[in-house]
Design a protein around this ligand. Structure first.
Ligand SMILES: Cc1ncc(COP(=O)(O)O)c(C=O)c1O
Length: 411
């Protein structure tokens, strides 16, 4: 019975995916030795590729010394991670609040915003994705822990974005005025939210870049109304879009949420921001058993060294540009490959066949037969999402494009 349930849950979690036993670089391998070029990059976490030698070395060494202690026993690696991360993010001075998964870090960011403002509400945006937890605190009874939990009235507001605003300054101005009006009215009604939360590129729903003018408006209005701005950079962070982070000193939210590539496959995430804000959430007001475990910290510390030394965002900028150009030229030949979008190694296109996403599934399955993994779906089910490891070479990208061309011709 139990085995059956596990089998069902695994099958549900990975329809039409291969079962793999090892990886190297940008490739995964199944038991028969068949290779798969991973254009999903381990859900965007394997920025430096699979089984990179120096990371495996650190992993081996640390696993022989100490894997886990519990969050409240200190280890030197966590101090290294915090210091190195604080030196990479775009804040002049930063505090780091660590967590294990991306969704957990989002919960931390919301807690910080609620702790800092004493308010409950959150404004989020259409087509957003920030994780799948339901607020574990809502079923936890300790009143100290529940301090920053939203009550029955969650005061959540979803606002629409205007994706065409970057092409038309008048539309950007209108959108900004509407957001200002929304916040003004909330202020008058004494219902100002604690936070505004957004992904700079909306990943899960199909890699939709949020127009820069809208992100600027969010940061500016957040400041003006005293609402904490949160950029969810769990996907866009760590070089994926061609710069270290999407945020930069000119476009700086109050809080930056990071995850995925920080451990290059080991579970570790973080919320980063000015110390006086992040430190609003006191010691023990949020933690998990595995927070800052020695093994994940040792690997993340090495990952951060690699970021400092090798600047992998440059690979994302050049190789991502190459991939995008190749997709666009192929789209000129085959009109089903449409709406190429994204930045760096965070790209997508819509495979517009005869509708309802049927053709895109055929494309995904055929690519898999030919040894290429892609992820599909989102707001438009026909979307193909490409987030390969940043270290994918132009030769490997060429091989992907050739396979895509061959498969498209056969459909
Ligand atoms: C933008 C964004 N936020 C949050 C999450 C949730 O992260 P996790 O799956 O590690 O909980 C994801 C996961 O894909 C994501 O893409």
């Amino acid at each position: 019975m139990f085995t059956e349930a596990v089998a069902i849950s695994v099958r549900r979690s990975a329809p039409s995916s291969p079962s793999v036993i090892r990886g190297k670089g940008c490739f995964l391998y199944d038991e028969q030795g068949k290779s798969f070029l991973d254009m999903s990059g381990g859900s965007g976490a394997a920025n430096l590729g699979y089984q990179r030698d120096d990371l495996v070395e650190v992993l081996k060494r640390q696993s022989e010394l100490l894997i886990h202690t519990g969050w409240n026993i200190d280890n030197p690696q966590r101090h290294e991670v915090v210091a190195k991360l604080a030196g990479l993010v775009p804040y002049a001075q930063a505090s780091v609040f660590a967590a294990v998964t991306g969704a957990e870090a989002i919960e931390v960011a919301l807690k910080i915003a609620r702790a800092a403002t004493g308010r409950q509400g959150v404004v989020y945006f259409h087509n957003s994705f920030h994780g799948k937890t339901q607020g574990a605190l809502s079923v936890t009874s300790n009143s100290g822990f529940r301090k920053h939990l939203a009550g029955d009235n969650l005061q959540l507001t979803a606002l629409a974005l205007d994706y065409a605003a970057d092409q038309d300054p008048a539309r950007a101005t209108l959108w900004r005025e509407q957001l200002a009006e929304h916040l003004q009215q909330a202020q008058q009604a004494n219902r100002l939210p604690a936070a505004l939360i957004i992904e700079p590129i909306q990943a899960a729903e199909g890699m939709y870049p949020v127009p820069l003018a809208l992100l600027e408006a969010i940061v500016e209005l957040g400041k003006r109304f005293g609402v904490i701005t949160i950029f969810d950079e769990i996907y866009t962070g760590f070089g994926r879009t061609g710069t270290p982070f999407f945020s930069n000193p000119q476009l700086l939210p109050d809080l930056l949420v990071l995850g995925k590539a920080l451990g290059n496959g080991l579970p570790i995430s973080a919320v980063v921001g000015r110390p006086e804000l992040v430190d609003c959430l006191g010691y023990a007001e949020h933690s998990s058993t595995f927070t800052l475990m020695p093994l994940a910290c040792a690997v993340a510390s090495k990952v951060l060294d690699i970021y400092h030394q090798e600047q992998p965002w440059q690979w994302a900028a050049s190789n991502g540009g190459y991939l995008r150009q190749a997709l666009e030229s192929f789209g000129e030949e085959d009109s089903r490959v449409a709406n190429v979008r994204g930045r760096g190694m965070m790209l997508a296109f819509d495979f517009e066949g005869t509708g309802k996403g049927g053709d895109v599934l055929a494309l995904r399955n055929r690519l898999l037969e030919h040894g290429v993994i892609v992820r599909t779906g989102g707001r438009n089910p026909a979307t193909v999402k490409l987030t390969p490891p940043l270290c994918m070479s132009q030769q490997e990208i060429q091989a992907f494009i050739q396979t895509l061309q061959g498969v498209c011709r056969s459909l």
